[in-house]
Design a protein around this ligand. Structure first.
Ligand code: GAR
Length: 219
């Protein structure tokens, strides 16, 4: 069986893209990146993709009259590259329902919180402000409402008393880089299925593969 073709959508730095590039650079990995798409011409992640010899394309949302036309251009580029799974990796545009329907159960996202808590922007500021002791990150299937959809993997990360949003973002990001390639691998190996609106696993797996909880002192 061939490797599952990924389309990675970015808007900026692309450190999660880098984690996916690293995982897919192993020829035994069940997935490969066919295309990196950015809505911003200056996204740093485009350089990372080019350095890895991966095809890139910029589809600038500003050159479209409406969101549907932008989404259609994204869809067409992904289809042309024969993409089977769309990975949002710091992609900061809202995708319309028609896109999510066209790619139903074939779009995943990484978000820097333990969903369904702290959807949206400025997550780490709000986490600190709220006083929760544990936060984390989630990879989930994308639905048309923001940061919503069946959860695939989560990692828990402590919130330390003196943390700034910057400190916390850095700690969470390390966990993001672990769980995103892992979630892609599970999908590419056909090891998950959707059942009653949640993600189930087709085989029995160690819980450690699904819930990553780095102990204090090792992060
Ligand atoms: C990551 O922290 C990702 O979880 C977040 O943007 C950052 C992108 O960083 N995504 C969201 O907030 C989506 N709601 P990166 O460009 O270095 O991967």
């Amino acid at each position: 069986m061939g490797r599952m073709k990924l389309g990675v959508l970015i808007s900026g730095r692309g450190s999660n893209l880098q984690a996916l590039i690293h995982a897919c650079s192993d020829n035994n990995d069940p997935a490969e990146i066919a295309l990196v798409l950015s809505n911003r011409p200056d996204a740093k992640g485009l350089e990372r993709a080019a350095a890895a010899g991966i095809a890139t394309q910029v589809i600038d949302h500003k050159s479209f009259d409406d969101r549907d036309a932008f989404d259609s251009a994204l869809s067409d580029a992904l289809s042309a590259a024969d993409v089977a799974l769309v990975c949002l990796a710091g992609f900061m545009r809202l995708l319309q329902e028609s896109f999510v329907e066209r790619w139903h159960d074939r779009v995943i996202n990484i978000h820097p919180s333990l969903l369904p808590a702290f959807r949206g922007l400025n997550v780490h500021e709000r986490v600190i402000q709220s006083g929760v002791r544990i936060t984390g990150c989630s990879v989930h299937m994308v639905r048309s409402s923001v940061d919503d959809g069946p959860i695939i993997i989560q990692a828990a990360v402590p919130v330390l008393p003196q943390d700034t949003a910057h400190d916390l973002a850095a700690r969470v990001l390390k966990a993001e880089h672990k769980i995103y390639p892992e979630a892609v691998r599970l999908i590419a190996q056909g090891r998950i299925k959707l059942h009653s609106g949640r993600v189930d696993f087709v085989d029995s797996m160690e819980l450690g593969a699904l819930l990553i909880n780095p102990p204090l002192g090792r992060n």
